[in-house]
Design a protein. Sequence first.
Lengths: 199, 199, 199
Amino acid sequence: MNVNAPMAPAEIQGAVAAEVERQLKTFRDEMERKLAEVRERTVDDAATIVVFSGDLDKVLAGFVIATGAAAAGLQTSMFFTFWGLAALKKKGAAGGPKNIMEKMFAVMTPKSTESLGTSKLNFFGMGAVMLRKMMKDKQIATLEELMALAREMDVKMIACTMSMDAMGVSKEELLDGLSYGGVATYMADAVRSRVTLFI
Amino acid sequence: MNVNAPMAPAEIQGAVAAEVERQLKTFRDEMERKLAEVRERTVDDAATIVVFSGDLDKVLAGFVIATGAAAAGLQTSMFFTFWGLAALKKKGAAGGPKNIMEKMFAVMTPKSTESLGTSKLNFFGMGAVMLRKMMKDKQIATLEELMALAREMDVKMIACTMSMDAMGVSKEELLDGLSYGGVATYMADAVRSRVTLFI
Amino acid sequence: MNVNAPMAPAEIQGAVAAEVERQLKTFRDEMERKLAEVRERTVDDAATIVVFSGDLDKVLAGFVIATGAAAAGLQTSMFFTFWGLAALKKKGAAGGPKNIMEKMFAVMTPKSTESLGTSKLNFFGMGAVMLRKMMKDKQIATLEELMALAREMDVKMIACTMSMDAMGVSKEELLDGLSYGGVATYMADAVRSRVTLFI
């Protein structure tokens, strides 16, 4: 192309299109990078609940919220730690050999969801019996029904391995189909969650 | 336009403007779509507090945080469930007829905020009396003042209808101006919140 | 420039480049503004934990999660309020003069982390002794080790000044290197956090 000769209209339009594309390319790359930076700062449609308590009423609240979150379309995970581990105990499972401290803990902590007490008005188990009776009378889902529902809704249930280790609880004593992990596992879910609760 | 004749400068600028607009249109649509996708992953300036506990100290903490959140410009909602429902009871309200279980629950749970006990050092109500006395001496807002402040600041207070049903509590027994809803109502607020707490 | 004379190719390309730049400028400003709006709605890599409870097991859980959050790369802050303040008490610190109510509170609340009880199975301190023994046997970090680790990981520990005031606790009675603040301080960290918990 002779740089001094007048350009033909087709040439001009080609040049225009090329120039626009060139400048846009740079701009697009910059915007994509900035968008990616902002996206890094966002969250997934996810909810994460730490179930620390082993009280029937609190565990119930945990499952009501977890199934509610799953129903709202959130990927939901529950992390059972400390006393909350008791909610995952299989009924009548024998478990491995325990040392004296572990035996004392096993005796003093609930054997399965059916022996969980309430955080208030416990009266040696009366609170839990009453709460269960009132929920039944009112046709409110029981803890066991809610747990089954949570599984159907793909709520992830993670047993805290540090707590299992501390309390001498083996996988054989816990329900089937659980995930296992420590605080790092929990945190990986929590950082990308819209809702994070400690119960 | 003769495609072979040289273009006049005005024609050229028109061509440039048209080409830029054409290419930008496509790009703008793409960026708007990507921005909308990222925006979907963000949160509102909102806070959501589940008040599960009916302990004076915990309910107090709930209202301190709720009014603090409202003062920081967050749309704040509190969801009162299980024992937390007691914090919403109207003083001296009669309520509807109750069955035996409901009567037992009514007797055993606090009648209004003024009868809430503390989670620690309760000593048959001494803890609450002391906590209230110390707060008064130090001119710290009382629970009732904080509740009034929360209302002025448009903190939304939601009574959990499932808990009302389970415990046989009617709307007549609760404060005026409340919202009512279940876990789905709570979750709708929670998913768009920056701060989500369970107290 | 004669607006009717044909433009030289170099002139044309210059004009095209300038016109594209001009149109893009407006678009860029608009996109930057929209991006900034979306960015306002995002969160930092941060976690905020309210430690309301003074129970050994709950404070332990708080520090396990806080160090886990810090290990996951989150700026982590813990806000110690109400009974949680006890976890920050210096061992054997005298403190300032106290009125009668403050003295009663001081007698009834733990003197330092070493006297914290557990939320369950307390049996006049037996629960805490057992929990500490089991953790030692299993070589799980003690509360004091976790607190030291949290400091090393730059976990910010904030003592709630309202609680200090209410309970008559002075800075001299608390550990060194703490931050001090009220609910507004907490909220400033919480609104930009991915993970917000109340323990």
